[in-house]
Design a protein around this ligand. Structure first.
Ligand SMILES: N[C@@H](CCC(=O)N[C@@H](CSS)C(=O)NCC(=O)O)C(=O)O
Length: 233
């Protein structure tokens, strides 16, 4: 990892959401990705201890299982700008699209649209960290569900292949939105070798996804309306 980068992974044990802080060691500017409302105080304290100024608070998508911490974090970092896909139907300070580049000090974050789990899902790519923040599009040995929020298993299959696994080098880290088994991260190469869903044919993948039959997330009723408003509750 480049020594110009500051990188932290945090977990919310209620929703098993991973939140990431990526900062520029020179300018001290930083971005937080997928913060959780209940953890905003913890995340702000850590950023301040690391002498980081959060200039962006990004959501990979409109989450259904927890309320985002982006609005709450503005109480601690009033100049922070939230970011979300323009295709999500939600509000944010910056509506993002395919190919956008976010500058965070000396760090660049590339925006890739990876719809399928929701139609407004984004993956953020850092070539300096050699990593992709995939949200719930690509999970470790899995992928996001596609049975609500305009989900589409065909779109997800194409997104994950065309924007992540077929185009990024095999050593790139896969930094996901959740893991329910305590695994922290993966790599492109590892997922190509071991992902039991996405490495099947598209037809097999569509069948697997249609047979998942997962219960809806416990917080879905509160989370969706709040997250369409940037977690402003
Ligand atoms: N039990 C959890 C929700 C679990 C869940 O549905 N996870 C989502 C991502 S959050 S919408 C998912 O896509 N899972 C894929 C999978 O294969 O598990 C809760 O009640 O919050």
């Amino acid at each position: 990892m480049s020594k110009n980068l500051i990188f932290r992974q945090l977990i919310d044990f209620e929703s098993f959401t991973y939140t990431y802080i990526l900062g520029c060691a020179k300018t001290r500017n930083a971005v937080i990705i997928d913060p959780v409302f209940e953890q905003a105080k913890r995340d702000a304290k850590l950023a301040k201890e690391l002498d980081l100024n959060l200039i962006y608070g990004l959501n990979t998508h409109v989450h259904a299982d927890h309320i985002t911490g982006t609005s709450k974090l503005k109480e601690f970092f009033p100049a922070m700008k939230s970011g979300l896909s323009g295709k999500s139907g939600g509000v944010a300070d910056k509506l993002l699209k395919q190919g956008d580049l976010l500058q965070i000090g000396d760090i660049e974050l590339e925006v890739a649209e990876t719809p399928g789990h929701t139609d407004g899902c984004l993956t953020f790519i850092s070539h300096q960290l050699r990593a992709a923040f995939t949200g719930d599009a690509l999970l470790i040995r899995g992928c996001g569900r596609t049975d609500f929020q305009q989900g589409s298993s065909r779109a997800l299959y194409q997104s994950v292949h065309q924007k992540i696994l077929d185009v990024l080098p095999e050593d790139y880290r896969i930094l996901v939105g959740h893991n329910y088994e305590g695994i922290l991260e993966s790599t492109v190469g590892e997922e190509i070798k071991f992902n039991p869903r996405i490495m099947k044919s598209e037809e097999e993948f569509v069948k697997i996804m249609s047979e998942l039959k997962l219960a809806h997330p416990k917080q879905i009723q509160q989370a969706l309306p709040a997250n369409l408003k940037d977690g402003d509750i």
